[in-house]
Design a protein around this ligand. Sequence first.
Ligand code: HAM
Length: 457
Amino acid sequence: MSLSTMEKEKIDKQDKSATGEAVIKVKKIIPPQLVRGMRDILPTEWSWWNFLWAQVQEYALSYSFERIETPILEKTNLFTRAIGSTTDIVEKEMYSFVDQSEDHLSLRPEYTAGIARAYIEHGMLSLPQPVKLYSFGQLFRHERPQAGRFRQFWQLNFEIFGEAQATADTQLILLAAALFENLKLPVTIQINSVGCQACRPAYKQALQDYYKTKRSVLCEDCKRRLQRNPLRILDCKQEECHELAKNAPQMVDFLCEICKNHFTRLLEYLDEVELAYQLNPYLVRGLDYYTRTVFEVWGGDEGKTVLAGGGRYDNLVSELGGQPTPSVGFGGGVERIINELKVRQIAVPTAPAPDLFLACLGEASRKRAFKLFEDLRRQGIRVAESFTKEGLKSQLEIANRLGVKFALVLGQKELMDGTIIVRDMENGIQEIVDLKKVVEEVKKRLVARQSNILTVS
Ligand code: HAM
């Protein structure tokens, strides 16, 4: 038996069997696999990502938001302090570790805490307020993976720091609604108020009193929540808890004057612009920093997929050690939004076909083709090539498949004559042009065909 080097490398041990025959044990090489809950974004998917990213930039510009990106790694206690130690995210979902410097770090499970840290650390309070920031990046939560729920996922995120008025809440809700409308995704905007430190304790007490007598009916998670975080019982998806929530006390009946005025003002503003919304007394959100307004954008087939969520967090910056800075923001789940675009077959722009295909025949012309490629590229002409293919037929097949308008063919004869063939891919007509003038010649023809020649520096 003859073995290739690779096969030889696979041999773990060579034994003799009882009959004296050589027994070859091949070590099985298991290819590396994706970590559970993570996903690759393959080249075929990027047109959706690019489209959404372009939309986010456009809306950020229209509503005067500036981009900020904070590190993916932050100190763990930033998140425990900001998000709340009894939330699912902090209790169960953070990717946390101690690094070589003994620092306790976590992959960010959300944007807001890191951005609030940056706001304080860079003294953004001294800037004209409000400070409006947006981000588009990746977050990590060790959740149970399922459709639309990943352990590494992307969010588009908008925050307004330093504005206490309901105008900021209104603008964010309008921005979210306009973005989804422009994406042609049918959604409903769900709104509630979760009150503030002054009025929420009485509401929490009322909830505890209500649920205490029904404790045995609650799911195991909610039994625990009853003591520590009774508001979260309201949005529990378990049937038994959901039923009980229907008769539970509602926050609106407990709002203090300031919270009530804020909420009324927000709803008046939204009514004024005739934005449809649903008041949802069960909407409480999964992060502890919220005060007053909370909202979510629901979509999907059954209208229950949470595509975006956010709210006001007036105490977060001061609780992290900054000056009191009333703030509000929201985050949208990029994978979930893209999935909706795909399901609804919303067309997104794809990368335009290259303008030109450069075919070369033989080694000498290949060498010359590199320079020609660079000359064309510098003129903003998008050139496809297949330097590794030999035959003209196979190269022209590729040119056809790419949908280019022209192909340039540089063979041995042309190279010796100092010429090149320009082939019109639509009608197959070929012309011989001077190699020195080909860039200008091609440009002329492309302009005549109204190609979008890029400006390349
Ligand atoms: P959130 O509700 O935890 O809020 O996340 C916002 C959105 O991110 C969700 O509505 C959902 O679309 C998406 N999302 C969340 N978890 C996952 C996951 N495991 N896989 C895929 N998508 C997911 C926040 O993160 C807040 N920081 C939003 C905010 C900004 N509040 C104020 N400012």
